[in-house]
Write a protein that binds this ligand. Sequence first.
Ligand code: DGL
Length: 266
Amino acid sequence: MSILSTNSPIGFFDSGVGGLTVLDKVKKLLPNENYIFIGDTKHVPYGDKTKEQLLEYSKNILDYFQERSCKAVVMACNTTSSVIYNDIKDKYGFKLYPVVQSVAKVLSELDIQRLGIFATKATINSNSYNKEIAKYNDKIKVFGQYCSQWVNIVENNLTDKDESIQIIKSDLDRMLENTPDKIVLGCTHYPYLLPVLAKFENKDKFIDPAIYLAEYIYKDLKENNLINQSTDDKFEEFYSTSNPEKFKNSGKMFYDIKGKVELINL
Ligand code: DGL
């Protein structure tokens, strides 16, 4: 099967369960696709890793997607999109969709002056959102802020704990000092915290970039005649690099995972 045939699968990867929020949005627009999702839970959090580490983890996963003849791979993770996408973008035969680069144009067209970005340490240090948005519009002032505890809160299902709510509120208060018009939830895990954030600020202030990413992928596959139109049996496969039971339990919050999550050694 040619790697760019319409019924080849779409690969997704992320450091953990957060990327399932992206899969959910993509699947709503592309219901006839086959999907393979890998959560690299052995190495979560990606946000604290070096570029060399992120290159190694991503290479193993992308090589696997190549072996599986994926027609497209969604780099759902903001951290890998920010830190290593430029190094690997020309190395594979599939279409590659990195979240930050794929949504920058839409963000640059928002009618705003000040944009906040909540993200991991690696994403913030890379300045990727500032750089990618400035390619289209250098008038928007971008304020990045690293939220050190948020991934841990989501991965371990601690969202309802008072301590977690206090941490989230305090990070939000710090961001609001910049008086942003909008705030991007620039990490796959963060949209899950929207109900908590919405207790303290109007939820319309927050942007989940996965919505724009899903639209971008839909449009690009359509332009390239790569959308699967066949309604034959579809498959969805889920893998995690450690503790698949934990992945399935936490993942249920984001996506209706049917069947088993398999352990994969990468
Ligand atoms: N999935 C990563 C992202 O979107 C964040 C989680 C992590 O640090 O592993 O940036």
